[in-house]
Design a protein around this ligand. Structure first.
Ligand SMILES: NC(=O)c1ccc[n+]([C@@H]2O[C@H](COP(=O)([O-])OP(=O)(O)OC[C@H]3O[C@@H](n4cnc5c(N)ncnc54)[C@H](O)[C@@H]3O)[C@@H](O)[C@H]2O)c1
Ligand SMILES: N[C@@H](CCC(=O)N[C@@H](CSCO)C(=O)NCC(=O)O)C(=O)O
Ligand SMILES: [Zn+2]
Ligand SMILES: [Zn+2]
Length: 458
């Protein structure tokens, strides 16, 4: 008898099937059917039909467990060979602003005290990588290894690291969480001060030096993550340990864009049921805002984008109305105020354009409307509005990583994805190999690309 969907084992099989299906969308995956020791292997097991007897129902679960143990042992043995050694691997180096990234052999030093070396399996590209690469980031340093939206497996740990060990599946987090500094203890913010000066300077805290080099010349770290490398070294306070069953080629997105949008709604704005919402910019971050607003019970979710093609897609994430500023003669804030009887309860800027940030504030309702800045604006840019906008009750806020505490809450977001409570697959429009990283950046500037996931190892 075939599955009827009611047994525990069947739940596992369903999960495998779903992921298997999505992992093939838009990509030719040379890993399919192979048995490499990597994060998404579990989902590539051949499926056997089960019947209703206890015996056959247990087969997939046992098979899965055996596989996971062998995966762990195999990874453990391979990491024994590299622990304490310099690893030479491929990384995409940004030598100069806007010049194509160069994939080359990079030496990655072993982790020092309080550091973790991670084998990065999958990384996505975020608009902030392109922003720093463009040379407009005041903290941008060259040569560097960009990348901050990824997932991988711990290869080795430095002295004193207790919360992760080789073989653990992890997401590197550009926003650290040490649980000891005044930011972490305040209960008022997800920002952490412990390693921020080092990550902003492209080095590690211990010795203020980089762990990356090419032929002896140091290469800067980026955002404390540098995931455009087959191996990276991060601070232990920047590592979230996640469910080893989670597909790493999907949950890599929980390193930045998706949590940022969801958290902007849930943690920063705290949107209530029945609220009206305007979202400026319908890329991954804006769509995650829409998803968060829908789940928070917003009654109207107005998407604003200069690319009208975004509307069809945005409906799937909860956007109920669409406005293209190019279709109107009036300022966009006036268009939205007219549409909503005086303005929206909440607005979100997900572009990084300071003129749009002003419009997003000014389309909020007098007395209570709150606008959240998410977009990252270029060096030298400043925001402005008439102070009267704030005097009359509008509130201007900003958010980093959606207010989520990284080490504590990224694993929770992974679990929510595994329970199908949040989307991830729907944001992945492209899958490419590491060698195509420059093509992936080109795609980012095309309207059809939300997130492109790169596979770092063959
Ligand atoms: N604060 C944070 O923690 C955080 C985290 C992730 C990303 N970001 C930033 O968020 C922003 C969005 O990231 P993304 O990956 O979704 O980018 P994206 O480029 O995919 O999306 C931007 C969208 O804005 C639209 N747009 C551009 N100019 C516009 C205009 N004048 N009016 C209306 N729409 C316009 C584009 O058509 C596009 O759909 C970036 O600035 C990124 O750096 C911030
Ligand atoms: N380095 C830039 C600021 C960049 C920025 O604002 N980064 C966001 C995350 S963007 C992720 O895609 C952030 O979280 N900032 C808080 C922090 O970096 O501590 C500049 O100097 O202008
Ligand atoms: Zn990002
Ligand atoms: Zn801290």
């Amino acid at each position: 008898m075939k599955h009827n969907g009611g047994c525990k084992a069947h739940a596992v099989v369903n999960n495998i099937s779903r992921n298997e299906h999505h992992s093939t969308v838009g990509s030719k995956d040379p890993m399919r059917g192979s048995r490499k020791v990597e994060g998404h292997f579990r989902r590539q097991l051949p499926l056997t039909e089960c019947d209703d007897s206890d015996h056959t129902e247990r087969i997939p679960v046992q098979f899965d467990l055996i596989y996971r143990i062998s995966e762990y042992i195999s990874f453990f043995l391979s990491s024994m060979a590299t622990q304490g050694q310099v690893i030479t691997c491929k990384a995409a180096v940004a030598y100069e602003p806007n010049k194509p990234l160069v994939i080359e052999d990079v030496q990655v030093a072993p982790p020092q005290a309080g550091e973790v070396r991670i084998k990065i399996l999958f990384t996505a590209l975020c608009h902030t990588d392109a922003y720093t690469w463009s040379g407009k980031d005041p903290e941008g340093l060259f040569p560097c290894i960009l990348g901050h939206e990824a997932a991988g497996i711990v290869e080795s740990v430095g002295e004193g690291v207790t919360e992760v060990q080789p073989g653990d599946h992890v997401i590197p987090c550009y926003q650290a969480e040490c649980r000891e500094c005044k930011f972490c203890k305040s209960g008022k913010t997800n920002l952490c001060g412990k390693v921020r000066t080092a990550t902003g300077a492209g080095v590690m805290m211990n010795d203020r030096k980089s762990r990356f080099s090419v032929n002896g010349k140091p290469i800067y770290h980026f955002m404390g993550t540098s995931t455009f490398s087959q191996y990276t070294v991060v601070h232990d306070v920047s590592v979230a340990k996640i469910d080893p069953q989670a597909p790493l080629d999907k949950v890599c997105l929980l390193g930045c864009g998706v949590p940022t949008g969801l958290g902007a709604v849930w943690n920063t704005a705290k949107v209530e049921p029945g609220s009206t919402v305007a979202i400026f910019g319908l890329g991954t971050v804006g769509l995650a805002v829409a998803e968060g607003a829908k789940s928070a019970g917003a009654s109207r979710i107005i998407g604003v984008d200069i690319d009208s093609k975004k509307y069809g897609l945005a409906k799937n994430f909860g956007v109920t109305e669409f406005v293209n500023p190019k279709d109107h003669d009036k300022p966009i804030q006036q268009v939205i105020v007219d549409l909503t009887d005086g303005g929206v309860d909440y607005s979100f800027e997900c572009i990084g354009n300071v003129s749009v940030m002003r419009a997003a504030l000014e389309c909020c309702h007098k007395g209570w409307g709150t606008s959240v800045i998410i977009g990252v604006a270029a060096s030298g840019q400043e925001i402005s509005t008439r102070p009267f906008q704030l005097v009359t009750g509008r509130v201007w806020k900003g958010t980093a990583f959606g207010g989520f505490k990284s080490r504590s809450q990224v694993p929770w977001l992974v679990d929510k994805y595994m329970k199908k409570e949040i989307k991830i697959d729907e944001y992945i429009t492209h899958n490419l190999t590491f060698g195509d990283i420059n093509k992936a950046f080109d795609l980012m500037h095309e309207g059809s690309c939300l997130r492109c996931v790169l596979k770092l190892h063959e």
